[in-house]
Design a binder for this molecule. Structure first.
Ligand code: VGL
Ligand code: ZN
Length: 199
């Protein structure tokens, strides 16, 4: 067995005062750093949108953040502008131990398609390349932590399970946005997909 810790989107815009602040998003950072020592590989993901990205409410006439729109690939929540490529908000939280990472994978760079999952964009078909990286390194088992439980952690975990990886989500090292029951739906969805929920 070769295991990897995948740390999802621990970036300034999801921390206190960030553009899309996740409540208590910063309180998981030291715990994540401590867990890194227990894994053969550490992979960080970074939400990485061009300005004017189609997931931003500001890119849609008469739309506000957290409203839903229909994209060619299905329903999409609109967000405040966040994690713009090269911005301070897109940088990792300053306390995150980025030196330990073997790999940093960026997602959401396609202007027309959002990407919650670290494996596939929101069209559920365009790969990010992470699966190939894991398989060619012989990584067999995954643990996911980070932000946000109900969006990027959830989509990444369900995709990992669908791809056949044994996957655990350590909920003690995740925090949620929780829009209209999205946390409970995510927990149910992950459980049904065969994700092991810990903590
Ligand atoms: C995320 C909403 C938009 C996340 C990223 O990291 O969970 N959520 N972009
Ligand atoms: Zn995003």
């Amino acid at each position: 067995m070769t295991n990897a810790l995948i740390v999802i989107d621990v970036q300034n815009d999801f921390g206190p005062g960030g553009a899309l602040a996740v409540p208590q998003g910063d309180t998981i950072v030291s715990g994540i750093n401590e867990r890194m020592a227990n894994f053969d590989a550490v992979i960080l993901t970074q939400d990485w949108h061009p300005s004017g990205h189609s997931s931003f409410a500001t890119s849609h006439k008469d739309k506000a953040p957290y409203e839903l729109v229909t994209m060619p690939y299905g329903p999409q929540v609109l967000w405040p502008d966040h994690c713009v490529q090269g911005s301070t908000g897109a940088e990792f939280h300053e306390a995150l131990d980025t030196a330990r990472a073997d790999m940093i994978i960026r997602k959401g760079f396609n202007p027309a398609i959002d990407s919650y999952s670290a494996f596939f964009e929101n069209d559920q078909t365009t790969p990010t390349g992470l699966e190939g990286y894991l398989r060619t390194r012989g990584i067999t088992d995954l643990t996911l932590v980070g932000l946000a439980t109900d969006f990027c952690v959830n989509f990444s975990a369900q995709d990992a399970a669908k791809l056949g990886f044994p996957v655990t989500v350590d909920l003690g090292l995740c925090r949620a946005i929780d829009l209209d029951g999205s946390l409970q739906a995510a927990l149910d969805g992950m459980k049904n997909a065969g994700v092991v929920l810990k903590g």
